[in-house]
Design a protein around this ligand. Structure first.
Ligand SMILES: Nc1nc2c(ncn2[C@@H]2O[C@H](COP(=O)(O)OP(=O)(O)OP(=O)(O)O)[C@@H](O)[C@H]2O)c(=O)[nH]1
Ligand SMILES: [Zn+2]
Length: 199
């Protein structure tokens, strides 16, 4: 039996289009995740998919410290345009360290550390995310093959590890701004992100 359970499916009209919101609970952690589904995704054909890690500051407040908010709207728009796909919102705030720790990491970054050094100084790995719940949700939705919207090789490996086949990486690179320039360059330089920013 899977560790994730779909408890509800509701229609969700958004400014990007109407999606089916599938509400999942991870039985191990109690965490709630949501998959926004568009079209017939269980027909065996590769599915356009964004596995998005929660970023309250970027997704909700429009923070310019990161590219999350822009990536979120770009991905939802693209799925709507193709008429088929999944936007999976995983509650893995701050790469899995939580909101308060992410804000503490911002303070350390104001003092000169980069995003990786700040995580390590707080006693965490550079990335604490685990993709098992995300993979289980996608499998529960009937998906086997993905066209994954990401720049992050660790995310591709993480989903692969749990039995999903990534048949295509769809780049999701946003223009940089003065506030996220160093952050984006650090992801490229230290975390292997497949972006084309000049370092
Ligand atoms: N710990 C920490 N987390 C951050 C920081 N800035 C953004 N985040 C979190 O990082 C997560 C997004 O990870 P990213 O590395 O930006 O991108 P990604 O999702 O791994 O890769 P893409 O699929 O290419 O977007 C979200 O959960 C954000 O809340 C930071 O400075 N420190
Ligand atoms: Zn963010």
């Amino acid at each position: 039996m899977s560790d994730v359970v779909c408890e509800v499916i509701a229609q969700l009209p958004t400014k990007y289009g109407t999606f089916e919101a599938h509400g999942y609970v991870d039985q191990r952690s109690g965490e709630h995740h949501v998959a926004l589904v568009k079209g017939d995704i269980a027909d065996g054909e590769p599915v356009l998919c964004r596995v998005h890690s929660e970023c309250l500051t970027g997704d909700t407040f429009g923070s310019l410290r990161c590219d999350c908010g822009e990536q979120r709207s770009r991905a939802m728009r693209q799925i709507e345009k193709e008429g088929r796909g999944v936007f999976l919102y995983m509650r893995q705030e701050g790469r899995g360290i939580g909101l308060i720790n992410k804000l503490k990491a911002y303070v350390l970054q104001e003092q000169g550390m980069d995003t990786v050094e700040a995580n390590l100084a707080l006693g965490f790995k550079d990335d604490e995310r685990d993709y098992s719940a995300g993979a289980m949700i996608l499998q529960d939705l009937g998906i086997k093959k993905l066209r994954l919207m990401t720049n992050n090789p660790t995310k591709i490996d993480g989903l692969n590890e749990y039995g999903l086949e990534i048949v295509e990486r769809v780049p999701i690179q946003m223009p940089i701004n003065p506030f996220d320039k160093y952050y984006m360059q650090t992801k490229q330089k230290k975390m292997g992100h497949m972006t084309t920013y000049e370092v």
